[in-house]
Write a protein of this length. Structure first.
Lengths: 223, 223
DNA sequence: ATCTAAATAGTACAAGTGTACTAAAATTGT
DNA sequence: ACAATTTTAGTACACTTGTACTATTTAGAT
């Protein structure tokens, strides 16, 4: 593996584990057993590394969109797209955890991200429109109803990561399925009876119906 | 005003404007025109200041809960409680923007916050149960439906701040009403017809029905 | 008025950071 | 084989940060 890739790999690991403030050119280089001078040859500073990793994330997200845009959307598709997105977000979670700080330092990222969100909004909107046609989603009975829903969904799809970081400790394997399902479950009240059936079928094969493991949930239901 | 309070005030301002990494004992003290040595006399380091500000937030949030817990919940109550929370969150927004970084540095905050979330979950659960009794919310027709909803709502009530920070620039006055309504609007599909009426009545007096201003929303609806 | 504690200023230090620079080593093309 | 380029190591510097410490001023109590 090229040094340049090894740097990105190690940087990603350290960013995710420690947060961006605790990672420096020296911490990465010493972990890799290379000199700091060598690292600065490849990446002038940590901001350049962050930017490179951001581009990686965008590319990986884009790849999923291409894959998925060909077929016509259904509940299964929605679930898988969400799960895939969650996995990618988790892989690059430091970006979302420190996103405001990062976007303050690297304004290119903020500008690009804004575009990305617009694209995602548009794509989800198209998918919902199609699924209304297909009789899976109920028609929009209040103006702006689905726009708001989409916005909440997009915010949620970034926000679960800080939440997971705070409330889960250790048990990493459970995190992705838990939050994937939590996010997808927000569609439930917008489904037609036919959509409900499809949703439950997907859930039946993919995940549990009851959320457990999240600290606090179980205690609520005891009484 | 006591120096100790002036420090907190200035620190809050700088934290919100620059993010925690860009604020130091020296930046605060020089802005106040006092010596760094003096500041360390009151607060040993920035972490102590952050913790003090966190306690302030918790106290202000708690005050709203007390006020509100006496009366029986309705849609109006839900809206006002949400708006009040949003205002408080925004006032201490740096805490939520950098929450993961902060909770890594000050583990007391993380532990306390976990408790706080549990409390909020429980309170919302009680309120929803009551509003189901009152015929405003539909009965829970799927196991765990409201638990998931509550969790999404709580995540959202912290997550809108980073989103606002990225997508809004300048126009601060619009932010709170916009996101308050976005959060509250998530209840809509869970309302009974009677609940709908109450919800629309509250909206009519408090905010616009259509979301505008959020970059991207308007473009979606052009076609 | 004086004694004591609180509050403030100022200085010094060790540690860490990005940056710039030089020189050696490795790789590549011809 | 050799020249040119890329890659690597190492060093030095200016800057910032938290921390510790001393000395001075201010305020309050008796």
């Amino acid at each position: 593996m090229k040094t340049k890739d090894k740097i990105l790999q190690m940087a990603l690991q350290q960013f995710n584990e420690r947060g961006i403030e605790q990672v420096s050119i020296r911490s990465i280089s010493s972990a890799l057993g290379i000199s700091a001078g060598n690292l600065t040859y490849h990446y002038k500073n940590t901001d350049k590394i962050i930017y490179a990793l951001y581009l990686q994330l965008v590319e990986e997200l884009g790849r999923s969109i291409e894959q998925v845009i060909s077929q016509s959307p259904d509940i299964q598709w929605l679930y898988e797209a969400t799960a895939y997105n969650c996995r990618m977000m988790w892989k690059y979670r430091f970006l979302l955890i420190d996103f405001v700080a990062i976007s303050r330092r690297i304004t290119d990222i903020r500008d690009h991200f804004r575009q990305l969100v617009k694209m995602r909004q548009w794509q989800i909107r198209q998918a919902i429109n199609e699924m209304v046609e297909l009789g899976l989603f109920i028609p929009e009975w209040q103006e702006g109803m689905y726009d708001k829903y989409i916005l909440r969904m997009i915010i949620m799809s970034d926000a679960w990561i800080p939440d997971a970081q705070i409330h889960f400790e250790g048990q990493e394997e459970e995190i992705i399925p838990f939050y994937s399902e939590l996010i997808v479950s927000s569609i439930q009240p917008y489904l037609t009876p036919a959509g409900q059936v499809a949703y439950l079928a997907v859930l039946g094969q993919a995940g549990p119906k009851k959320i457990t493991g999240y600290p606090g949930i179980d205690e609520i239901n005891q009484d």
